[in-house]
Ligand binder design. Structure first.
Ligand code: NAG
Ligand code: NAG
Length: 237
């Protein structure tokens, strides 16, 4: 009792801490954190394995080798990547039956995650029905290789749409957002490079505000985490 009271009194008598005592260390920690982030951001390209030009060639080769056969294109892509990249350099998910819904920015489709790590992901995304929405404002560069169908897009101020057809790549640099539409149906090989975990909130937000599809949420989180961890284990950041 007495000690408690004494302590309480001591606390009351304490001088208010100086502004610097409280905020100084926080400011220093904040600046250090910002410096570490800037440093990592400057060297993140060292962890990239895929090359946009090669993926573009691969998408075109897949279309040419399997005309009118989306499953054949996907198989061509996965087989090629498996032969091209040793499994101690990058981990790929070769189970092309592992599809999940993806609701983001108001658009809906399904995706098959071929690769996911901290700085890169490679997925097949699309829908045979068509969809439309906001691309998201991302911390990664995005390369959207059309395999089947068309993707349309526009930026505010544009009075005509951009139109992407099979064999074309729609490049969306980080920090840019567009409205896009996969008119009728469309499937694409999507490659993103940058800070992938920062993109995930956009990928999950529609689940909490709209679909409440917790089964999809569970599988998406499970597959993404599994692939990221498999890559971390071989030091593929
Ligand atoms: C993978 O595809 C690219 C682009 O079409 C091609 O240049 C390369 O030879 C292919 N690699 C294998 C192992 O098939
Ligand atoms: C692909 O489908 C289109 C439209 O159905 C058809 O005109 C074309 O001949 C088909 N191409 C091949 C190679 O099967």
């Amino acid at each position: 009792m007495t000690t408690k009271k004494t302590k309480a009194r001591a606390a009351e008598n304490k001088q208010p801490a100086g502004l610097f005592t409280v905020w100084g260390p926080r400011l220093i920690i904040g600046l250090l954190f910002a410096a570490v982030c800037a440093g990592l951001d400057a060297i993140k390209h060292r962890w990239y394995v895929f090359e946009p030009a090669k993926l573009h060639e691969l998408a075109q080769a897949a279309i040419a080798s399997s005309p009118n056969d989306t499953a054949g294109m996907i198989q061509h892509i996965v087989t090629n990547l498996t032969l091209e990249y040793p499994s101690n350099k990058i981990k790929l998910n070769v189970d092309s039956s592992e599809w999940v819904f993806n609701n983001a920015g108001g658009a809906m489709g399904a995706m098959y995650i071929i690769h996911a790590s901290i700085t890169e992901y490679l997925i097949i995304f699309g829908t045979p029905l068509g969809t439309e929405g906001h691309s998201g404002l991302h911390t990664a560069d995005d390369y959207f290789h059309i395999l089947v169908g068309e993707q349309w897009a526009f930026l505010p101020g544009a009075l005509e749409m951009e139109r992407y057809t099979p064999g074309m790549v729609h490049f969306l640099p980080r920090g840019t957002a567009k409205q896009y539409k996969m008119h009728k149906g469309c499937f694409a090989l999507e490659y993103a490079r940058g800070w992938i975990p920062l993109m995930l909130p956009f990928g999950f937000a529609d689940t909490f505000t709209s679909t409440l599809d917790v089964i999809t949420l569970y599988h998406t989180a499970r597959i993404t985490a599994r692939e990221m961890i498999r890559n971390i284990f071989i030091a593929k950041i």
